[in-house]
Design a protein around this ligand. Structure first.
Ligand code: NAD
Length: 552
């Protein structure tokens, strides 16, 4: 939209120094020289701005620029880097209205969700890591249990990878890249972010906030474009790849990384199960089901998709879910009371409709929703509750990236667990019960990267909680100390406290030494204590390993 507030923000913010590409408001682009990608409002399909796409040939130079900046950055102390991250927190806070507005316009989500799931997460991560990283990344003493190694002192040292590539999706277009970028830089890396082609403005803003916070030029760069730019970024051989997106793209990235032996973290899709036990608080569980299934219009990797509910409470629980779904206000983010916005593009809507159609043809029943709302805009789909589902339906096997929850009735918890685990995905899950101990028992049997008992998805906002999955949901972790450790290489450093003594296992091998070595094994591992001591004191025993005669 020419001259819109957003366009002005992007054009006038002035500090685009760390950017690989620059955004253009529509009216400033009379003779486009390069390929462009569009920032589109999904509520209206209106083009908000256009961004120059980075050409794949530029990526080696972008990486080289990052490498140069990274060397100086890694030479700063951890505390100095944390000071920059604290400044970034302040920059995000000062620019929060721009952050919220950019997310709501480009991703279509309600303002409340842009605040809770995007702005707050970025602020909290910057604040948390600026305080916690010095503790988590300082050299860590490694005590040695082995008697022969007690004369040494060892540490783990955490070193940055170099330049990390962050390839991000559109559904949380600010918080996903931001939380990863913050962890990357605090650990001493440079970053090249490739935002989704559906959320270039959010990606641009994420990069520009680092510039506004005064980070050195080249440390954080943004390469705009579609999948070809992402693929070229991996081909340009960054030192690590953090990918968040679909399984099919994840497979391609894993292959490309494997060919170059680039380590990767893959945060892929989910098919999250909610298990509702008979003793659950049904008011709470149904509110959670509706929110957990429909927040961000169901376009969340950890949204609830499959609900397994115990028979005795299934009727009441389902009624409550339907009642609450009917009350939801659907509308664009410009409507301050709207609770659920549009889907991102019509082709995503088509996919979800196909899954619903397939389910209905196989006997499922749509209890509420399932229809488009063209009067609201081109990409609106009603929040949908479906019953009579089974595993043969695409709806129960494939990821459903839209506002649909499917309710399946089970006899009891074991059947719920079996069905929940019967999926290639294993991202997160939730268990609902009045008995926390029982909840933990069920959780321990669920195949998932995380399980919440009596809540859903909010672990993603806990800086100490790791996020990631197994199987088709990917590998590696983000968030938490485990996520921070993905941003570093571990180096073991060891100091010998007896540097003037040659080691027992060095050359000067003799028959006597071999015999003493055998006795050393006896001394350490023979089953009885008396036998162990005998191995030490007998003639030709284990002492010969310590007091060696022949050495070279
Ligand atoms: P996507 O796979 O289509 O795209 C993700 C990113 O990869 C985009 O930036 C895209 O341009 C880029 N890309 C596409 N092809 C590429 C290639 N060959 N090489 C390199 N990069 C390439 O996914 P999407 O539609 O943007 O996101 C939705 C998916 O992301 C869903 O499956 C969702 O579950 C998943 N997701 C997972 C998590 C998680 O934490 N596990 C979080 C959010 C979203």
């Amino acid at each position: 939209m020419a001259g819109s507030a957003e366009s002005r923000d992007w054009r006038e913010s002035g500090r685009i120094v760390n950017m690989a590409v620059r955004p253009h408001s529509l009216e400033s682009l009379s003779t486009p020289a390069k390929a462009q990608i569009e920032s589109v409002d999904p509520a209206t399909n209106e083009v908000l701005a256009r961004f120059e796409s980075t050409s794949p040939e530029e990526l080696p130079a972008i990486l080289a620029h990052g490498r140069q900046a990274q060397r100086a950055w890694a030479a700063l102390s951890l505390r100095e880097r944390c000071t920059y991250v604290a400044r970034l927190r302040d920059a995000i806070f000062e620019n929060r209205e721009e952050v919220i507005r950019t997310i709501t316009r480009e991703a279509g989500k309600p303002r409340t969700e842009a605040i809770f799931a995007e702005l707050l997460l970025a602020l909290d991560t910057a604040d948390f890591l600026s305080r916690r990283a010095p503790k988590w990344l300082r050299p860590e003493r490694v005590p040695h249990h082995n008697l022969a190694m007690k004369t040494k002192v060892g540490w783990l040292e955490y070193e940055p990878h170099g330049v990390v590539a962050i390839i991000a999706p559109w559904n949380y277009p600010f918080s996903i890249p931001m939380t990863e970028m913050i962890a990357a830089v605090v650990a001493g890396n440079a970053v090249v972010l490739k935002p989704s082609e559906l959320s270039p403005a959010c990606g641009w803003l994420a990069g520009d906030l680092f510039a506004r916070a005064g980070f050195p030029a080249g440390l954080v760069q943004v390469a705009q474009g579609a999948g070809d730019v992402g693929a070229a970024l991996v081909e340009a051989a960054p030192d690590k790849v953090f990918f968040t997106g679909s399984v099919s793209t994840g497979e391609r990235i894993a292959e490309a990384c494997a060919r170059k032996l680039i380590p990767s973290v893959l945060e892929l899709g989910g098919k999250d199960a909610m298990i509702v036990l008979a003793d659950a608080d049904l008011e709470m569980a149904s509110s959670a089901a509706v929110w957990g299934g429909f927040m961000n219009c169901g376009q969340t990797c950890i949204s609830i998709e499959r609900i397994y509910v115990e028979q005795s409470i299934a009727k009441r629980f389902t009624e409550l879910c339907v009642e609450k779904t009917k009350k939801l206000r659907v509308g664009p983010s410009t409507d301050p009371d709207a609770e659920m916005g549009p889907m991102i593009r019509e082709r995503q809507l088509d996919k979800v409709e196909e899954q619903i159609r397939d389910a209905v043809e196989r006997g499922a029943k749509v209890l509420v929703g399932g229809k488009r709302r063209p009067e609201l805009g081109p990409n609106f789909l009603e929040p949908t509750v479906i019953a009579n589902v089974h595993v043969a339906m695409r709806l129960m096997r494939e990821e459903t990236f839209g506002p649909v929850i499917a309710i399946d009735i089970v006899e009891a918890a074991p059947q719920a667990i079996e069905r929940a685990n019967n999926s290639p995905f294993a991202l997160s899950a939730s268990v609902w019960t009045a008995n926390a101990a029982r909840g933990r028992q069920v959780a321990s049997r669920l195949r998932a990267g995380s399980v919440m008992i009596n809540d859903v998805a909010s672990y993603y906002g806990i800086c100490e909680a790791p996020h990631g999955g197994r199987g088709a949901s990917g590998w590696g972790r983000t968030h938490s100390r485990l996520g921070l450790l993905e941003m570093v290489q571990v180096k073991y450093v060891d100091v010998d406290r007896l540097p003037r003594i040659a080691k027992s296992w060095w050359y000067g091998y003799t028959r006597d030494l071999a015999q003493a070595a055998e006795q050393w094994v006896e001394f350490l591992f023979a089953p009885r204590r008396a036998r162990r001591w005998a191995a030490m004191v007998r003639k030709g025993g284990a002492r010969g390993v310590i007091f060696r005669g022949d050495r070279i």
